[in-house]
Design a binder for this molecule. Sequence first.
Ligand code: UDP
Length: 365
Amino acid sequence: MKYDFLIVGAGLFGAVFAEQAVKKGYRCLVIDRRAHVAGNIYTEEIEGIQVHRYGAHIFHTSDKKIWDYINQFAEFNNYINSPIAVYKNETYNLPFNMNTFSRMWNIRTPQEAKAIIASQIAELHITDPKNLEEQALSLAGRDVYEKLIKGYTEKQWGRPCTELPSFIIKRLPFRFTYNNNYFNDRYQGIPVGGYTAIAAKMLQGCDVRTNTDYFTFIRENPDAADRIVFTGMIDEYFGYRLGALQYRSVRFETEVLDTDNYQGNAVVNYTDRDVPYTRIIEHKHFEFGTQPKTVISREYSSEWKVGMEPYYPVNNEENNALYRKYRELADREKNVIFGGRLGQYRYYDMDKVIAAALEAADAAL
Ligand code: UDP
C-alpha cells in the first residue's frame, strides 16, 4: 500500500503531524525504532504510578492555542514544578528566587538580595556575557553560580560553563519574589493517565509500526510513501557525511521503593559536582500519588555515542555551524520534512515542538 506520508518517529512532532494529516484525509504510516510510541515523552505505569521513562516531562506553555490543542488529548492536572536543589548538606528552592536568596544569605527583602548580587557582580566586570558562566554570574552573582549552577551544568553538559551557550541558563526564571514556580508560563500541568495515551490518541487513524528502523525499511520499501517526515537525527539521515553532530544522552537508574514518600518532591537536583547524578525524580509526586510504594529515577548524563539514545543537542557554535550545513542538504531533499529536537537540532520544549509540527503540517497539507 502506498501512503501519502511516511512519518519517521512516533514522538511528539511525528504524532502531531500525523494527527493533522489524518484529519485532512491523508494516509500515513508512522514507524519508530523503539518498541513503543510517544518517543521521549513515553510514560508507563509501575505500581500504579506513571513513570516518565525518558526523563521528567512537565508541560508548560504561554500559548493558548497550543494549550487548547493538547487538552483535546488529555486532561491536565494542576501540578506546578518547584524543584529543590541540594548542594552538599544545604537545601534550596529553585528557580532562583527570594526563597533561594534568603536561605543563601540569611536575608529577607528583595533590596537586601539585590544589594548582595550587585556587589558580587561589580567585582566581576562582565559587560556583555559571552557564555553560560558569564551569563549566570552576571544574573545571579558568584554564590548562586558556584553552589547551584556550575556543578549541575557541567555534569549535565560534560563541558565547562565557559564553553556553553548562554541561552541554556536563560531558560530558567530569576526573580525577586517568593515564587517557586519553575516556569513563567501561563499554563502548566501533567496529563492525567500519562503522555503515552496522548501519542496513542494522536496516532489513531494511521498505521503504526514499532521496532522498525527507517534505514532498513526504506531500503526494502523505497516507494512506501510520496513524502517523508523525518524526526530522527539529521546527521544520521545523511550518513554522517559532513561529520557527526554532538548530543548528550541520559541514563536512568529506576527503582521501586517500599516507602510511600522518598524525597517529598517530584524533582530534586543535586548541584554538587561530586554527586554523580544530576537529579532524582520521584514520579508519583507529578500526580499527587497516594500509592503505598514509590518509584524513583536517578538521572546520569553522558556524551552520546552510537547505540545510545540522543536527548539534547549540544548547541555550541561548532555544532550549530555543522548543523547549518546539514540544513542546506536537507533543504535540497525533495519531499522530506525534518522536525523535532533531533531533526532540527534544537533544544525544544514540548509546546514549541507542537507549534513547529502544526506549522509544518499547515505548510505541507
Ligand atoms: N540548571 C542549573 N542548576 C539547576 C537546574 C538547572 O544550573 O539546578 C541549568 C543547567 O545549565 C541546565 C539548564 O539550567 O542545563 C536548563 O535546565 P532545565 O531544567 O530547563 O533542563 P531540562 O529539564 O530541559 O533538562
